[in-house]
Design a protein around this ligand. Structure first.
Ligand code: GLA
Length: 418
């Protein structure tokens, strides 16, 4: 399917995508020391703390989080860095290095700043206040290196960075748990950005651990760390560097379709408790075919299939059966493209091309409508795949895709002084 070129899933990414369709790394990776220097130029003096939080990848389990299903993410080395220092007033003064943009607002202001990158900071601080953290005024400078619009969740990195940092600086006693921080980030998306996202991205950014993927049951909140060191294979992202979407709405539409189907099944079975599609079976789906729209049924078909695929991948990983993992990834791509309709021409091209090259597994990663594919590639194929896909994509679309090696890394943290 082909969606016309619009903007992106997260409004914060819009500005940068429009400027950088061919060059998603809009800004350079900044060290903690460089960030501190910039902070000191704006806000002289010492005593600031620096916090980091990552973006994420997801091996399998797409659009399952808000359906109460399983996801299988890990944090990546790319992320957001923020230097923060309380300033003893009720004013927040913020500078977004990568956009060279500044803003200030009062912590008690019910409206907050307009620019999306600052709304994330504002929203998180409001959500922390709601959770009992006495956030006061602070000065901050922040910068990130998660490619924007790639589906690697630059927004969760920003939210988790401030959730962790502001909790560290302002909470009394034990403060918030990592779960509270993740929920504060998610609530920021819902209430201040307009994207009704699930919990996967914020969870991964808050709980990530080096070298480990996490299988999260979004229904119960239980999760398990899975050391991920596939022998003979590596994970690589191929970023199409395009994003086709009107901010938030198609994502929210997909979610609504799933909720419609779950509600129809609940209506038919008042004796059961159907909170999400997680509580539904293939038989249930058959039963409501005549009362739901064909489109809603199609979306739910993908979600039920994806629920099974995550579990199949977990079993395969236990057996070190990477061929099976890869097979499930291709099935996910097909479902995301045909039933969930969140792919686009460029991503289908990348997926087909990976298959032709003999790549073990490949699929769209993240919300969709552009961004990147995640590929499980045999070591012996890696170099030739990267070269071939880069050349073929450039020939067809006029710009090079960005190849990103996945390094599974730690979640939100304070960077200690060296
Ligand atoms: C976005 C959302 C997540 C999740 C994915 C799709 O990244 O933020 O909650 O729904 O899309 O799996």
């Amino acid at each position: 399917m082909h969606i016309s070129k619009k903007s992106c899933i997260f409004a914060a990414e819009k500005l940068q995508n429009e400027k950088n369709i061919n060059n998603p790394v809009y800004h350079k990776t900044m060290t903690k020391e460089q960030l501190i220097d910039i902070f000191k130029q704006r806000f002289p003096g010492d005593g600031m703390q620096v916090y980091a939080a990552p973006g994420r990848i997801n091996l399998i389990g797409e659009h399952t989080d808000y359906n109460g299903g399983f996801v299988f993410p890990g944090a990546v080395e790319q992320g957001m860095l923020a230097a923060i220092r309380p300033n003893g007033t009720s004013t927040v003064r913020a500078y977004a290095v990568d956009l060279n943009d500044e803003a200030q607002w009062d912590v008690n202001d019910p409206n907050g700043p307009k620019a999306t990158h600052f709304r994330f900071v504002y929203g998180v601080s409001r959500e922390l206040i709601e959770r009992g953290v006495a956030v006061q005024g602070f000065d901050t400078v922040f910068s990130g290196n998660v490619p924007l619009g790639a589906g690697m969740s630059s927004s969760a990195a920003l939210e988790s960075c401030f959730a962790f940092g502001l909790n560290d600086l302002f909470a009394e006693g034990e403060g918030l748990s990592r779960w509270d921080m993740a929920y504060a980030g998610q609530a920021t998306e819902h209430k201040y950005i307009g994207c009704n996202c699930g919990i996967m991205d914020q969870f991964a950014s808050c709980f990530g651990q080096e070298g480990k993927l996490m299988r999260l049951d979004c229904n119960s909140g239980e999760f398990e760390y899975f050391p991920f060191h596939p022998k003979g294979y590596r994970l690589v992202l191929v970023n199409s560097c395009v994003k086709h979407e009107l901010a938030g709405s198609p994502y929210n539409d997909r979610r609504r379709s799933c909720e419609n189907v779950a509600a129809a099944i609940q209506k038919l079975h008042p004796e059961r408790t159907i909170k999400t599609l997680r509580d539904c079976t293939w038989e249930d789906l058959q039963e409501v075919k005549s009362v739901c729209s064909a489109e809603d049924i199609q979306r739910a078909t993908f979600v039920l299939g994806e629920k099974d695929r995550v579990l199949a991948v977990c079993d395969a990983l236990v057996r070190d059966d990477y061929e099976e993992v890869g097979k499930q990834m291709y099935l996910t791509h097909a479902g995301l493209s045909k039933d969930y309709e969140v792919s686009c021409e460029e991503l289908d091209f990348l997926n087909d091309f990976a298959k032709e090259c003999g790549v073990t597994g490949s699929r769209i990663m993240g919300g969709g409508f552009g961004g990147c594919t995640i590929n499980l590639v045999r070591n012996d194929l890696y170099q030739s795949f990267v070269e071939k896909v880069t050349a073929a994509f450039e020939k067809r679309y006029g710009h090079k895709p960005q190849v990103i090696d996945v390094v599974i890394s730690d979640g939100a943290r304070r960077l200690e002084a060296k």
